[in-house]
Design a protein around this ligand. Sequence first.
Ligand code: KG4
Ligand code: ZN
Length: 336
Amino acid sequence: MRLLAVETSCDDSAAAVLDSQGNVLSEIIATQTEHHTHGGVVPEIASRLHMSVLPGLIREVLEKSSTSLKNIDVFAATAGPGLTGSLLVGLSWAKAAAYARNKPFLGINHLAAHIHIHFNSDVEFPAVALLVSGGHTMLFFMKSWRECVLLGTTRDDAAGEAFDKTAKLMGLGYPGGRIIDNISVNGDPDSVVLPLPLGNKKIPEFSFSGLKTAVRLKWETNLITKEDLAASFQKTVCKILVSKTLYQAHKLQAKSILVAGGVSANSRLRAEFKTECAKRGLSLFVPEKKHSMDNAVMVGRAALSALQANPKANSGLRCNTFPRWHGELLFPLSQL
Ligand code: KG4
Ligand code: ZN
């Protein structure tokens, strides 16, 4: 069985060919650097770039896995949440290909996809999953891959958004997460005391906009180096994310912790989870760095999860994009 997955929800065009076990036969991630000078993703530029890049990228990913379109058994693409114009490019391509070849098409929930990057790992349930990306900060309780309940989310900015906005106000550039991560290596994380908004670990909700403002006020004093402030900010965000996740894992007697989304590439976050999970005997699942960010492998694995639940699963041609996701249950298909 061969599955072709496509991801175009934001500013990465990605495609992957997977086998029935979720093994990667080939994958490509093309990141749109054109947005960097604008300090954020420009939706119209993003969708136009997806349009020009995607056909060649799919041709290449098929060639790399020595597969042709006629050998693809299932097509999958992200249906939402994301930028509508961007989502439409990948979704329309995959739906058209599935229609032309008379094969099933699965429209995938991007949030479920991030967590499903771990689908082919030996995850022991129950588990607590932390999804931290540019648009989302969410804690889930998972009894299984398909019984996944939202415990809490952010009341304002997402964790990645906080990294990006903080880097921007300090004049460090975009995207901010990786820049803050890199310069923090040369800073003292204990040098600046910052508030811990919604810091009570028992509350499974998050708030980061106040933290960003606190950083701005410190930065405007001109008394602190960018390395020290970045390291202190990063330490504060990690403390909030790790303490809340561990508390829920303890409370719900989880055996595993799953971390996913762009911010899971953060070196301090990875190191803290590693230390704390080892202390508590919890199994930890963190993606390879390239799979922390948006990619098509996660979309393919979410599609495999949907097929495992229902081998006849098919979103069909009526499957449309959805810009936002509301709800408590996280099932891979886009029909929620
Ligand atoms: O999951 P993702 O690629 O796209 C969304 O679905 O949003 O996440 C992108 C986010 C950006 O906000 C970026 O700054 C953040 O992930 N990010 C990081 C790091 N690498 C990327 N944040 C902290 N540390 C990093 N090393
Ligand atoms: Zn994402």
